[in-house]
Design a protein around this ligand. Sequence first.
Ligand code: PGA
Length: 251
Amino acid sequence: MRKKLVVGNWKMYGNSIENEQLLNSIVAGLTGLQIEQCAVCVPYPYLPSVQNKLNNTNISWGAQNVSQYQKGAYTGEVSTSMLNDFGCTFVIIGHSERRSLFGENNDIVAEKYVAAQGGKLTPILCVGETLEQRERGITEQIIQEQLMTIINKAGVESLSKAVVAYEPVWAIGTGKTAAPNQAQEVHTFIRNSIGTQDMTIAKELTILYGGSVKANNAAELFAMPDIDGGLIGGASLVADDFVAICNTLNN
Ligand code: PGA
């Protein structure tokens, strides 16, 4: 059976004091969840303290980006082995903010995906269309291109060690969630499209939905047959909301 998962993406928010409070409440609120059903992806400087806090809990952690290079003169970059040093399980790859604000195209995203897997991290590969692309009716084409660059570079079998997150760009941080059936439609497309290459991998693949998931809409989204959990931005910074969203997985 494929795994269900909720991942918090803290983005560039938080500080030592706020993080400590947030993590205390999350750990206390999530005692009933199975291991690896819930994770937080945090800014690099907080990885040591997050590791300290979450070690021996049922919550995993990871980063929001990683370099495609192993080491070298790459000022400001962080490698997969550095993330290994702090016990990361996951790394978000190709988030739309990385694509649109930091120039990460499909090829760079694929290089980072390969680097992550080579470094024994589980990539959470983000795909999704902009509003303009949806209105032009090219959502499936865009997502197909995003997936195919990965499959061409890393092989379809690489998806057995990855998580995919469908995040319509128009729903991220806007309060506009995709309707459950609208999201389900794209999740089915993603699963079928991978299924044409390998049905077993497609069936086992965890596909998260991301984009304004909140405590009050998580249940109806996660009830969709091809939505296996969520990638949560804003609501992952509010302990009660994040705990409620994670606990939705067990309902
Ligand atoms: P949001 O962000 O939940 O704040 O819309 C989701 C994301 O960017 O992963």
